[in-house]
Design a protein around this ligand. Structure first.
Ligand SMILES: Cc1cc2nc3c(=O)[nH]c(=O)nc-3n(C[C@H](O)[C@H](O)[C@H](O)COP(=O)(O)OP(=O)(O)OC[C@H]3O[C@@H](n4cnc5c(N)ncnc54)[C@H](O)[C@@H]3O)c2cc1C
Length: 305
């Protein structure tokens, strides 16, 4: 059994009860978490994560919430945001060591400043190192795992280092979905600072042109099936612009759902279900979710995942 008074005896960071998650998710959707925790530093994070683990209390580790959809009912358990606790990026010999809460933009800036290439295409992804490693985030033909050496994690109550070969990286997948990622170590090829900065700028401009960044969203909702694009299939199924309540399949990019204002998670789930069904009827292809769902009852999401 977890208890607030026990937690307050050792936690140095912040703990909030019934904290709405809509302000922490990129989609700006989601009910409250029973406990919302921002540990003060790495030791604080490890202590609180171990405490929940030892008490069998469910935990969701939150990055920037740019690849998750939280139900309107919220999360029974704890949500841990580690942006404050794990926010450093530094050189360690010829490697870059980035803690899990570091925003990808900051990581890419750091690498470019050190004339290191191979991650500049990640600059427009609004996530953290932890979220990107867990998701094996990628863009423009590159993935975060490409130049990764090892990942430091908390698995159960043990801190360990997992080398890339044991990390099971594949398209938007890693072996870390039940762990707490603490940091990641990269060995990057040398590059020309100005060329890298130019490429980063071009890729960000391209995103601005092709993605509905002016409205809250969760990026691509579905993974791209082999040899095709989910956005193309959704557009061919005639769903671009389709709206349920305040959730809409973007006019700009059909694999994005945008929140037009106070959208409900249930409306987004209904759109996902409609998309999956209609694309299957139209093309025979079953789309697979990329966005991760939290706090939903199985009967509600059975049709989408
Ligand atoms: C506008 C937009 C554009 C996007 N473009 C791309 C793109 O081009 N390519 C791409 O791959 N993705 C893209 N995404 C999706 C998303 O940004 C990435 O998946 C990103 O890496 C998620 O990082 P996050 O920190 O926000 O993770 P979250 O969304 O907070 O979490 C994602 C998952 O990772 C887990 N997690 C997060 N941090 C940790 C940790 N430290 N330890 C253990 N588990 C953790 C969470 O529990 C959850 O399961 C885009 C999203 C948006 C909104």
């Amino acid at each position: 059994m977890v208890s607030l008074s026990d937690i307050k005896k050792f936690l140095r960071g912040t703990i909030l009860l019934d904290e709405s998650l809509s302000k922490y998710t990129w989609m700006r959707v989601g009910g409250a978490a029973d406990y919302y925790v921002e540990p003060a530093d790495r030791n604080d994070l490890v202590e609180i994560a171990k405490y929940f683990q030892q008490n069998g209390f469910p935990v969701l580790i939150l990055g920037r919430g740019s690849n998750i959809l939280v139900s309107d009912e919220g999360i029974r358990g704890a949500v841990i945001n580690l942006e404050t606790a794990l926010s450093s990026v530094r050189m360690g010999g010829d490697c870059v060591i980035a803690e899990a809460g570091v925003w990808l933009q900051k990581f890419v800036d750091f690498c470019i400043q050190h004339d290191l290439s191979g991650v500049e295409m990640l600059a427009g992804i609004p996530g953290t190192i932890g979220g990107a490693v867990v998701m094996n985030a990628g863009a423009h033909g590159g993935e975060i795992s490409a130049h990764l050496v090892e990942v430091e994690i908390l698995r159960g109550c043990e801190i360990m280092r997992i080398s890339k070969k044991d990390a099971e990286f594949s398209y938007r997948h890693s072996a870390f979905e039940s762990d707490v990622v603490l940091s990641a170590t990269f060995q990057l090829p040398k590059g020309d600072r100005e060329d890298l900065a130019k490429r980063r700028r071009e890729l960000i401009l391209k995103r601005n042109e092709t993605q509905p960044l002016e409205l809250p969203n969760s990026g691509s909702m579905f993974k791209n099936p082999a040899n095709t694009f989910a956005a193309k299939l959704i557009e061919q199924a005639g769903l671009k612009g389709k709206r349920i309540g305040n959730a809409q399949i973007s006019e700009k990019h059909a694999n994005f759902i945008v929140n037009l204002g106070a959208a409900k998670a249930t409306e987004i789930i209904q759109l996902l279900e409609l998309t999956r069904r209609t694309v299957y009827q139209n093309s025979g292809i079953q789309l697979e979710l990329e966005v991760k769902l939290y706090g939903f009852q199985q009967k509600m999401i059975g049709q989408v995942s």
